[in-house]
Design a protein around this ligand. Structure first.
Ligand code: IMP
Length: 210
């Protein structure tokens, strides 16, 4: 059976990606299955370059098919922060709770009408370290006035989906799985992946702005 390695240690992401790739007859592994794999320093200036770096580094190390995924939250009134720094927004000892507290503090005086934000997700495919392509997806929302709900991970208790008037923390995970930034990116990833597997080693290029 073919294998694709998801180059992440983030259990929340991995759970969602595994779910979204469920229909493929392919073994989905992660860095937890490769404990000696090199650490990937996320020093790129964009989600795209970080996603590619993860895919290439782990692809070169394993010689296998790899998905590198980089994602995060952009808040309009904070000039799109935390962006690529989403995981460590509150500093080196950041936790999801500290990151959420920092967002709430920075948005303390910002009214609901000005709390627009979006999640973004970039997913790169590499084969043995060679980049096959990069895709992306996004999901628009609003930052809540306080954390709400226990579902999801990261900023989900703060991220209101306007259509439901609920945060991803409150919504059923099946709904997140059908509308999230990761869902939209992975739909495109699946198309790229199927094309790559069926046409052999054809280079597909990058369909996204860097
Ligand atoms: P990365 O591992 O550098 O890509 O960091 C991603 C970070 O962005 C996570 O640690 C979360 O803080 C945030 N993030 C990305 N996707 C989501 C999501 O679906 N829900 C909540 N937070 C997310």
């Amino acid at each position: 059976m073919k294998e694709i390695i998801i180059a992440t240690k983030n259990q929340g992401k991995l759970r969602e990606i595994k779910e979204l790739l469920g229909e493929f007859n392919i073994k989905v592994t992660s860095l937890a299955d490769y404990p000696d794999a090199p650490d990937v320093v996320e020093d790129g200036k964009t989600f795209s370059s970080n996603a590619i770096k993860k895919a290439v580094t782990i692809g070169k190390y394993t010689g296998k098919l790899v998905m590198g995924e980089d994602s995060g939250l952009e808040i309009d009134v904070l000039d799109n922060q935390p962006g690529i720094y989403s995981a460590r927004f509150a500093g080196d000892d950041a936790t999801y709770q500290k990151n959420n507290e920092k967002v709430l503090k920075l948005l303390e005086d910002v009214p609901m009408a000005k709390r627009q934000a979006r999640y973004r997700c970039f997913a790169a495919l590499s084969d043995g370290g060679k980049v096959i392509g990069v895709v992306n997806g996004s999901c628009a929302g609003l930052i809540a006035l306080s954390t709400r709900g226990e579902n999801g991970f990261g900023y989900d208790p703060l991220f209101i989906v306007p259509r439901y008037k609920k945060t991803f923390g409150e919504l059923n995970p099946d709904i997140k799985a059908a509308i999230s930034h990761r869902f939209h990116a992975l739909q495109k990833f699946k198309t790229m992946f199927i094309a790559y597997l069926s046409t052999g080693k054809k280079e597909l290029g990058c369909g996204c702005p860097h």
